[in-house]
Design a protein around this ligand. Structure first.
Ligand code: ZN
Length: 699
């Protein structure tokens, strides 16, 4: 057995808490090769002798694959958060074998026919629970979409496509990371740093020190701006030197699109392979294949949904743009039109003028430790769970990573999670995400595996003796990822295939995450999160009211930007190629001209950095953010209707939310889960109301 042949290898069998402190890249390959051999042998044994039942096939099949997929998940995680040549080599060396193994399992005709037999038997004499029936249906569909029905050349071609796609996704992601890592905008003249908030000065000096300028200080520079959100976003809002903003903006718009770090041919290749794959499986487009696993019924439904929201936002967005130009003119802007590097800068000035507070002023109320405590208090209040810091009880991959335990009200352990909060542009993928290392799972011996989750954010690191203060958007992001984690950790399902976020339709997976973001706008919650870094005061009411007044500032423009991403995605996967679009970039330009109030730069190559579509799971699914938000806004409206200041009602509604949306997860169809919570089907009204928009006539 693996434990004996590789006794000290931390990848050999991932325990409840992985030994991150001992993991080295060179250990991954021998351990995973051994696990691969074991899993292959176990699946082959099962193929030879099994009963077509849940306990005879479905459960043992999942258990045969689990050690391998657990270890692969950990390796993929380390590649994302501690990227290095060593982890890249280990990942690249193993990926083809992992893809081959996954295809072998999915394409096994023996397994497939037994799954069909089990489904037919259950139809004739129902014995399976609802969640198990859904898992079985997913497995059958996965086998079909993994090419179980293909033979001969078609099968060979399909498998080659899978291998090539897996390699392309990894290469896309690594190239993007390298493009972010290699770009630097140096600012050495203190006049160019005038007006920068203290947090930007200190983050940019810290970035400079990391890049080999030990003399860099927040007050005197030099300052280093990277393409990472922690410095780029505040720089574009606050740097008064227009030429420097232009330089960064152009670099950001063209990242990973030229020279040795160019993703453009990968974009075309991925799209073409997806089309070919969908065709082999009998789907007209990749979008149809993608939607067959989602809540939205059809491409036409998604198109109608996006169009109705765009109709509600187009006119208000035009107004927002005209007002911004007028404001900039009044304050000395002399150009004919706003360029992309003017919009964030002047929007921030207009927001400050109209709502009379600065981001920096707000930030002083949100020290990271206090925000975390406030977030955990909210989870306790709404869902009756306790969250305890347990740093040191588990090993971690980086000294900044925190570890926490989650318990039920009566003390029963429910789950554990890690939090990796700060950005590390050289080694960590951008953005924020939640991932699962373990899932709630009742084992055949009756024991229960608890969920183990990880939240990864890229917030501004603490600098120069300053405590880590959070921007308000970083607070929102933390709440978002914590919402995903809650759904994973508070699941009531005990079959791993549908427990936590497993088996949730991907366009419904953002409900639990976006639901939590709403609480960042609840007065009591926000007060609980806040503690001024110098005065210890909670967020005062007048600042809260200003923040709320500013909530929908440029809401229509922001909505259109999200719709633009979703429409570009759907055009690429449902309608490209067409003669009117010479390449994928032209698809994006076309969508931009229909949706964005502000034209993109001619050289913009957004798709080369669009990891959601080309290195993540959102292809023909980006619309899912807005689709989910209809449900999440409507779910929050249940709390508003109960009365946000009615403590007993809030708690009761929170418990009902936990018992439905968080607990039922992937075991029940999302529309049924929603109805179980809300007592009716979802309505788009709450989403539009929260964004300050009126429903269009067609809604
Ligand atoms: Zn999310």
């Amino acid at each position: 057995m693996t434990q004996n042949t590789l006794p000290d290898n931390p990848f050999a069998r991932i325990p409840d808490l992985p030994a991150f402190d001992r993991m080295q890249p060179e250990q991954a390959e021998p351990a995973l090769r051994a696990l691969l051999d074991e899993a292959t042998a176990a699946v082959a044994r099962l193929e030879q002798t099994h009963l077509p039942t849940w306990d005879g096939l479905v459960d043992p099949l999942a258990r045969a694959c689990e050690p391998l997929f657990d270890a692969w998940g950990i390796l993929s995680h380390l590649l994302a958060v501690m990227n290095s040549d060593g982890w890249r080599q280990a990942h690249n060396a193993l990926q083809p074998a992992i893809v081959t193994f996954s295809l072998q399992v999915s394409q096994s005709p023996i397994v497939y026919h037994s799954l069909l037999a089990l489904r037919d038997a259950d139809r004739a004499h129902p014995t399976l629970t609802g969640p198990r029936r859904r898992i079985l249906a997913s497995m059958i569909r996965s086998a079909e979409q993994a090419g179980v029905g293909l033979e001969g050349e078609a099968r060979t071609r399909f498998n080659a496509i899978q291998q090539e796609l897996a390699g392309l996704f990894t290469a896309f992601s690594n190239t993007l990371l390298d493009a972010v890592k290699t770009y630097t905008l140096w600012v050495s003249d203190p006049r160019d740093a005038a007006g920068w908030p203290a947090s930007l000065l200190s983050a940019a000096a810290e970035a400079a020190r990391q890049a080999g300028k030990p003399e860099a200080t927040a007050t005197d520079g030099p300052w280093r701006i990277t393409l990472d959100d922690a410095t780029a976003a505040p720089f574009l809002k606050h740097c008064r030197n227009r030429a420097l903003r232009e330089e960064l903006c152009r670099a950001s718009a063209t990242k990973a699109s030229s020279g040795a770090l160019d993703n453009s041919s990968r974009v075309e290749r991925i799209l073409s392979l997806r089309r070919e794959m969908a065709g082999l499986l009998g789907y007209a487009t990749y979008a149809e294949l993608s939607l067959s696993r989602k809540m939205a019924p059809s491409v036409a439904d998604v198109d109608r949904f996006s169009a109705s929201l765009a109709d509600a936002a187009r006119e208000p967005a035009r107004r927002e743009q005209a007002e911004l130009l007028a404001f900039a003119r009044e304050h000395g802007f002399i150009e004919a039109a706003l360029s992309p590097w003017d919009v964030p800068f002047w929007a921030e000035r207009e927001r400050e003028a109209r709502f009379d507070y600065s981001e920096e002023e707000l930030r002083a109320y949100f020290p990271f430790p206090r925000v975390l405590d406030g977030l955990f208090e909210l989870a306790e209040r709404l869902f009756g769970v306790r969250i305890e810091a347990a740093d040191g009880a588990a090993s971690v991959w980086h000294p900044d990573v925190r570890f926490f335990r989650v318990r039920d009200a009566d003390g029963t352990p429910l789950a554990n999670f890690y939090l990796d909060p700060y950005c590390r542009p050289a080694t960590k993928r951008g953005g924020a995400w939640m991932d699962a290392f373990h899932t709630r799972d009742r084992r055949p011996d009756g024991s229960l595996q608890l969920p183990l989750a990880v939240l990864v954010c890229n917030q501004t690191p603490p600098g120069e003796g300053r405590p880590p203060l959070m921007r308000f958007d970083e607070v929102n992001t933390l709440f978002h990822e914590f919402g995903h984690a809650l759904q994973h950790m508070l699941t009531g399902v005990e079959d791993a295939g549908a427990s936590g976020i497993n088996n949730i339709e991907w366009d419904a997976v953002e409900v639990a995450s976006q639901f939590m973001e709403n609480w960042c706008h609840d007065r009591a919650t926000l007060r609980g999160l806040s503690r001024h870094i110098e005065t210890d005061a909670q967020l005062p009411d007048d600042l809260f009211l200003k923040l709320e007044a500013a909530r929908n500032y440029r809401a229509a423009s922001n909505l259109l930007r999200q719709l633009f991403f979703g429409v570009t995605d759907m055009d690429l996967h449902a309608r490209y190629p067409q003669p009117k679009w010479p390449d994928a970039n032209a698809v994006k330009c076309d969508a931009a001209s229909r949706l964005l109030p502000q034209p993109l730069l001619p050289e913009d190559r957004l798709l080369c950095g669009f990891a959601h579509l080309f290195a993540g799971g959102y292809a023909a699914g980006y619309y899912g953010y807005k689709w989910s938000e209809v449900l999440s806004a409507d779910a929050f409206a249940a709390f508003e209707e109960a009365g946000l200041d009615q403590e007993a009602a809030v708690r009761a509604t929170g418990r009902r939310y936990r018992a439905t949306i968080l607990a039922l997860g992937g075991g029940t169809p999302p529309e049924d889960v929603f109805e179980a919570f809300r007592g009716r089907a979802p309505s788009v009204d709450a989403l539009l109301r929260h964004a300050g928009l009126k429903p269009p006539r067609s809604c």
